[in-house]
Design a protein around this ligand. Structure first.
Ligand SMILES: NC(=O)c1ccc[n+]([C@@H]2O[C@H](COP(=O)([O-])OP(=O)(O)OC[C@H]3O[C@@H](n4cnc5c(N)ncnc54)[C@H](O)[C@@H]3O)[C@@H](O)[C@H]2O)c1
Length: 446
């Protein structure tokens, strides 16, 4: 089989490489010529563990190619996947579908045989029908079907998620199109991956319902963490205590600085708008969006409180800038709200992130980018852990104390044991963990 992947970003590049690993011939298209040139030189435009080797192997085996020429890629393809971005539209929060519709229009003109056009991008319910109309209008003679096949991979573990998904969702009323998709996903047969065949609308909504449910779970535990801080309970114990209940489940119950990334913020907002427009508002998600927005500024306030009520003229070390570990993605990262708030309050920020600094440099002007975690700690009045990269989980506390001006740690990911940090002489601030007797009052608080 042969497919074209339109959009070679986090989803398109990983999905394209994984389909080629399954034995399908894949042509990845992107209109960003720089991206395609980079890949041609063997460099990955994004950081995703294992991606470079996967791409390299399949390029060498001749199953995976890259181009900026959409027409060439689409001609002769059994299926064309649309994996372009669907960011929040400025001002109103609706999903910006201009890239999807532009891709559909271009694809329409290139179709030269029966082709299944698949929306892999996360698109609001009703988009598949519009894609169908666009193609039909541009090419009344074209033989095609439209399918919604939402993607559930997570950055940082994207390859494994794609190759071992919990389920595959195929939304279409056409049996012929469903069969093309089933053939493409046949390599998952051995894993007994459930394949859910639905209508276009249901498939589109499944993706939003999944993401908003997960965002709700995160927001729920974050608010429980706030309550824990007020009443002396420990959010980790609560998460374990409720998570072991099979009806609730343990995942997505880690309290933190609020969800970020390229999906949850925009998808929660888009579902809120879709639901309002449809006359069936989803109030729980509206509350989630508001609580998560407020949380980001609350995290900066927490740092200021840990520094004795003011960061004016103080140095704050920030460890981790990306929205989660194992990615270079900075989109809607909590750091984008926390760092500027600290700067506005008069702090000098020294930061380190293993993969995010290239992108962060443009997004967070005025911060000192450091060479590693210990470099960031130099002269700091406090250190804030924003992203739980593995290399931050085993800091040498004694070394950290000698480098810092004051031993204050604000751990927004709860990667450390409060008692251990107190024993190491740190004034330790967690997210909703039980209160500990502080080892000593740090200089900054006096
Ligand atoms: N990133 C994730 O973890 C993730 C997970 C699941 C679903 N999704 C969804 O997948 C979609 C893509 O997300 P992403 O993170 O990969 O976006 P991205 O911004 O990383 O990549 C999109 C790519 O599409 C290209 N593009 C845009 N219009 C094009 C056109 N007409 N022709 C060719 N290329 C074009 C852009 O140049 C860009 O490289 C979004 O709808 C997103 O919500 C993302």
């Amino acid at each position: 089989m042969r497919i074209a992947m339109v959009g070679t970003g986090y989803v398109g590049l990983v999905s394209g490489a994984c389909f080629s690993e399954f034995g399908t011939d894949v042509v990845c298209v992107d209109k960003d010529a720089k991206k395609i040139e980079m890949i041609g030189r063997g460099e990955m435009p994004i950081y995703e563990p294992g991606l470079d080797a996967l791409v390299d192997n399949n390029v060498k085996d001749g199953r995976l190619t890259f181009t900026t020429d959409l027409v060439k890629a689409v001609k002769g393809a059994d299926a064309v996947f649309i994996a372009v971005g669907t960011p929040s539209r400025r001002g109103d929060g609706y999903a910006d579908l201009s890239y999807v519709f532009a891709a559909a229009e271009e694809i329409a003109h290139a179709i030269d045989r029966y082709t299944v056009v698949v929306t892999k991008s996360t698109v609001p319910v009703g988009t598949g029908r519009k894609v169908k109309e666009i193609i039909k209008k541009a090419r009344p003679d074209a033989d095609f079907d439209v399918v919604s096949n939402p993607e559930f991979l997570r950055e940082g573990s994207a390859i494994n998620d794609f190759m071992r998904p919990d389920r595959v969702v195929i939304g279409t009323e056409s049996e012929r199109a469903a069969n093309v998709l089933k053939r493409l996903y046949r390599p998952l047969y051995l894993l007994e991956t459930p394949v859910i065949i639905t209508t276009l609308e249901s498939a589109e909504l499944i993706k939003y319902a999944a993401n908003t449910f997960l965002a709700t779970k995160i927001t729920f535990i974050n608010e429980i963490a706030d309550l824990c801080e007020e009443v002396g309970a420990d959010v980790q114990d609560i998460a374990r205590g409720i998570g072991l209940d099979g009806r609730i489940g343990r995942k997505f119950l880690h309290a933190g600085p609020g969800y970020g990334g390229s999906c949850f913020p925009k998808d929660t907002l888009a579902l809120v708008r879709t639901a309002q427009e449809a006359g069936a508002p989803i109030k729980i998600v509206e509350a989630v969006v508001q609580a998560n927005d407020e949380r980001k500024s609350a995290m900066a306030a927490k740092v200021i409180k840990a520094c004795g009520g003011s960061v004016k003229g103080k140095t704050v070390a920030v460890l981790g800038l990306t929205f989660k570990p194992n990615t270079d993605d900075m989109r809607d990262s909590p750091s984008l709200a926390i760092v500027p708030a600290l700067q506005r309050a008069g702090a000098r920020v020294r930061a380190f992130d293993p993969q995010g600094m290239k992108e962060a440099k443009h997004l967070l002007p005025g911060i000192d980018m450091c060479t590693d975690a210990y470099d960031a700690l130099k002269g700091a009045d406090a250190v804030v852990i924003v992203t739980e990269w593995n290399e931050f989980r085993q800091l040498d506390f004694a070394r950290a104390r000698t480098l810092m001006k004051a031993p204050v740690m604000v751990d927004l990911r709860n990667i450390y044991d409060p008692a251990e940090l107190a024993a190491a002489g740190f004034d330790y601030w967690s997210v909703g963990r039980r209160a500990v007797v502080r080892a000593k009052t740090p200089e900054s608080v006096k």
